[in-house]
Design a protein. Structure first.
Length: 198
């Protein structure tokens, strides 16, 4: 794929602004604390460079991923560093003694990932006037390279380009490491890029 046009870049920036606002509001309500999200940089990167953009294939991370249906078919992911995942789960559960291997902690992290994914997905759908429905979230924990290989094998054929949403999330004064990715299938990618160029 070639370079994005100025119109497409502006549309992605608008999507990022809307998504960040939605996500910050939803998270703030969920944990009853102030949440700030910087205006994200929304770019498209080649699929093979995803793990490097997130810190390298050997970096450990939690990934919440869910299937996207209707006009924007694909897969949406939220990627957390282990420290940030633990921090957010503690905030959500109101408990400083959290074991990340318990079903309750995993469920809490999936819920957080689903909210973040949904915020940006609905913003993208709003900007390009396509509809999308997010499925049930799943959770994985491993090195990024291994997880991306597993997830890509699970979802089958995908486009060669990925929407990478990189923003800074702060809960009170604490910076949280999390990024969103949208991996569209080839047909959806064509529709999205066409919608972004309107």
């Amino acid at each position: 794929m070639g370079e994005l046009t100025d119109i497409q870049v502006d549309a992605l920036r608008e999507m990022g602004n809307i998504g960040a606002g939605n996500a910050a509001t939803a998270l703030s309500q969920l944990i009853s604390e102030a949440v700030d999200l910087s205006i994200p940089a929304v770019t498209m990167i080649p699929l093979e460079k995803v793990s490097y953009a997130l810190g390298g294939p050997e970096k450990l991370a939690y990934v919440v991923y869910l299937e996207v249906q209707r006009q924007m078919k694909g897969t949406m992911l939220t990627v957390y560093s282990p420290e940030s995942a633990l921090f957010l789960v503690k905030k959500l559960l109101g408990d400083q003694c959290v074991d990340m291997e318990t079903e309750l902690s995993c469920s809490a992290l999936k819920e957080l990932g689903s909210i973040l994914c949904g915020s940006y997905l609905s913003a993208l759908a709003q900007v390009i006037n396509l509809n999308a429905v997010a499925g049930v979230p799943a959770l994985a924990y491993d090195m990024l390279g291994a997880m991306m290989d597993f997830i890509l094998a699970e979802i089958g054929q995908v486009a060669d380009e990925v929407f990478f949403i990189d923003s800074e999330l702060f809960v009170q004064e604490t910076k949280v490491e999390c990024s969103q990715l949208f991996i569209p299938n080839p047909e959806a990618l064509e529709q999205i890029l066409s919608g972004l160029g309107m």
